[in-house]
Design a protein around this ligand. Structure first.
Ligand code: HEC
Length: 133
């Protein structure tokens, strides 16, 4: 192997890290899909979730969930567009699991809001409208 090839090989992981704004794909474990939603029959779930989203989450995710909140620019990982197909295709349990456990700059909300409140936010996220695709 010549010198240039070796240098390129060493650089690839660093470049890859910088090019991928979302980092590694984030997948909830399969058991998250089976979690039981305690808010499933609560007619106020969306409203309760909206209150939480518009106080805790919008600063990064933006009011419409597009990932364009005022704090987004300061983050190393761009917050996901929560209205996107990639997010909306996940089960309620998977989204709940991510809010509960967090990853990197997306904090864990397990100790911040109650289990019911985390499920309520999931219900609210389902009302977000995707961009025309
Ligand atoms: C400090 C900024 C910040 C705040 C506040 C924040 N998030 Fe996030 N969120 C992120 C970032 C950054 C990611 C991407 C994390 C990754 O992929 O490693 C993310 C990812 C997510 C995801 C996963 C989307 C996917 O790709 O599947 C969900 C769901 C989510 N956030 C919901 C919420 C909710 C609900 C709240 C409020 C309770 C919240 N976030 C608050 C920054 C934030």
């Amino acid at each position: 192997m010549n010198r240039t090839a070796l240098i390129l090989l060493l650089l690839v992981p660093t470049l890859g890290f910088q090019i991928l704004p979302q980092g590694e794909p984030w997948k909830a474990p399969p058991e998250a899909d089976k979690l039981v939603d305690p808010m499933a029959n609560d007619p106020k779930a969306v409203q309760k979730g909206q209150k939480i989203f518009t106080s805790l989450c919008w600063v990064c995710h933006g009011m419409a969930g597009k990932g364009d909140g005022p704090n987004a620019a300061a983050l190393k990982v761009h917050p996901a567009d929560l209205a996107s197909r990639a997010v909306q295709a996940q089960t309620n349990g998977a989204i709940y699991w991510k809010i509960t456990h967090g990853r990197g700059e997306m904090a864990s909300y397990e100790q911040v809001i109650s289990r019911e409140q985390r499920w309520a936010v999931v219900h609210y996220l389902r009302t977000l409208k995707p961009n025309a695709e």
